[in-house]
Ligand binder design. Structure first.
Ligand code: NDP
Length: 480
């Protein structure tokens, strides 16, 4: 059984208290590794290491830092298969998904920000015959990055890459549920030429390690991705300390399908946007709204395709869905299916746990589930389920679709299917959502602003938004 250690000051070390947390394999439900159960003492050591490393990391300059990140990207890419297998084993996702999406994207995150920093420029504001202002942007110092379990290395690197490229030193905490690939990456840092203390990874529980990072006075900014309730808790602690905060939170994303759409494309993509990664992507569409003339045809074809999806061993190339991430999460998702029934929903397919054979019989599998007959205001359509469960409902007018789509506390992503360009513009403008995909889903250009409105978050990641977040802006005004 492997021990997952912290990375502090360049050393791989157990937690100071020498206590451990079990790490489970979702496909079997069995413990397969143990994780350093760290506390505030480990965070303190990490912050001190980061503070000590900061001047030299800044002095390396953009090119020096860029080269380190590019080398780290190359080392991850060289071990792509090992990383993909580790991610699949730790999270329960199909290995083909980790191989195609998670790990290549982690590599891309490093490459993108390693090169973006070379092109990052600041503004100048010239006042005719009076003065010239320019914006000086410096790294903030020590920053905290806290990430969730659904896309473990993908979202972990999405935060630490811009933070490091901009010249900060990082104290990071991956989810305690899926720590393995962050550890695998930590083992490559020295070979990539990362100076000790520049990146510190402290494993453990949110309320212990996450809170210690959030409340540490030397940690000047917090970049967090996770649930809305955790985001509220982080804001409660960090706001009175006047820390910079970027919060990427939950979603309850609508998929609005008009009768004039390309039906085949809409069907194929909506199966993916509903059930990819077992529905555990913050950008998954969970409320499908279909214009009434197309409703029955779409629903029947959709359910037929969903019934054909294979839930199985994550290592099997033929599995469309693997296991959900934990027993607790499986119970939560199943309880929402029960709630949907109580609220009067009809389960069109799925609706239950899937029990596989042999060594997989203790694994946490849920059949992809489609529910009909629920109004927009019920809890099933208001609360984030974050699993392989979607609702489907008809709508009559564009206004009805808009009201239903906007009618939750969330505002992360929305998907629109229509061949009417004017309607696409009109709807996209009115949707209360940080991201709108028209006739597609999950196409990601890393230069674009990424984040949510309302209770889906504060701030934007991606491109220059991330580099601005991880730098402190100062206006310098020089009289002419
Ligand atoms: P959580 O909010 O439970 O946890 C996220 C991270 O925060 C974990 O590392 C967790 O540690 C840590 N944490 C927990 N409590 C605290 C605390 N008090 N202070 C500081 N850190 C803490 O989210 P999940 O891991 O369950 O991830 C699923 C959620 O993430 C969903 O709501 C999903 O929508 C959202 N998400 C949002 C995305 C976006 O871009 N907007 C993208 C992906 C997911 P621990 O694991 O030990 O609890």
């Amino acid at each position: 059984m492997e021990d997952i250690l912290n990375l502090v000051g360049g050393d791989l070390v157990p937690a100071t208290g020498n206590t451990w947390i079990d790490v489970h394999e979702p496909s079997t439900g069995k413990v397969y590794a143990r994780l350093a159960d760290s506390d505030a003492r480990d965070v303190e050591a990490a912050v001190q290491a980061a503070e000590a490393a900061f001047p030299a990391w800044v002095a390396m300059g953009r090119e020096g830092r860029s080269n380190v990140l590019l080398r780290l990207a190359a080392l991850i890419e060289k071990d792509l298969e090992g990383f993909a297998e580790a991610e699949s084993r730790d999270n329960g996702k199909p290995v083909h998904l980790a191989r195609k999406v998670d790990i290549p994207r982690a590599v891309a995150n490093f490459r993108f920000f390693a090169t973006a920093i070379l092109h990052f420029s600041t503004e100048a504001h010239v006042m005719d015959d009076v003065a010239v202002n320019y914006t000086d942007r410096s790294p903030i110092g020590v920053v905290g990055c806290i990430s969730p379990w659904n896309l473990p290395l993908y979202l972990f690197t999405w935060k630490i890459a811009p933070a490091l490229a901009a010249g900060n030193c990082v104290v990071a905490k991956p989810s305690e549920v899926t720590p393995m690939t962050a550890y695998r990456m930590a083992r490559l840092c020295a070979e990539a030429g990362m100076p000790p203390g520049v990146l510190n990874i402290v494993h453990g529980l949110g309320p212990k390690v996450g809170t210690a990072i959030t409340e540490h006075p030397a940690v000047k900014a917090i970049s967090f991705t996770g649930g809305t309730r955790t985001g509220q808790e982080i804001a409660r602690v960090a706001a009175p300390l006047f820390k910079k905060m970027s919060l990427e939170l939950g979603g309850k994303n609508p998929v609005v399908i008009f009768a004039d759409c390309d039906l085949e494309q809409a069907l194929r993509t909506t199966v993916l946007s509903s059930f990819r990664n077992q529905g555990q992507i913050c950008l998954c569409g969970s409320r499908i709204l279909v214009e009434r003339p197309l409703y029955e045809r779409f629903r029947d074809a959709f359910v037929q395709r969903v019934k054909a999806l294979r839930v199985g061993d994550p290592r099997d190339a033929a599995s469309d869905l693997g296991a959900v991430v934990s027993e607790g999460h499986m119970e939560k998702v199943l309880s929402y299916i029960d709630l949907a029934r109580e609220e009067g929903g009809r389960v069109l397919c799925g609706g239950k746990r899937v029990q596989l054979d042999g060594e997989l019989q203790g694994g946490w599998y849920i059949a992809p589930t489609v529910i009909e007959g629920l109004g927009p205001a019920c809890r099933t359509n208001q609360e984030e389920i974050f699993g392989p469960v979607v609702t489907i409902a008809p709508f009559d007018t564009e206004q009805d679709a808009l009201s239903a789509a906007n009618g939750t506390p969330y505002g992360l992503a929305a998907v629109l299917w229509t061949s009417d360009v004017k309607r696409a513009h009109r709807m996209a403008h009115q949707l209360e959502s940080g991201i709108v995909w028209v006739n597609c889903w999950m196409i990601r250009d890393l230069r674009t602003p990424f984040g949510g409105m309302k209770q889906s978050g504060v701030g934007r990641e991606g491109g220059v938004e991330a580099l601005r977040f991880f730098t402190e802006a100062k206006n310098v005004c020089i009289k002419l």
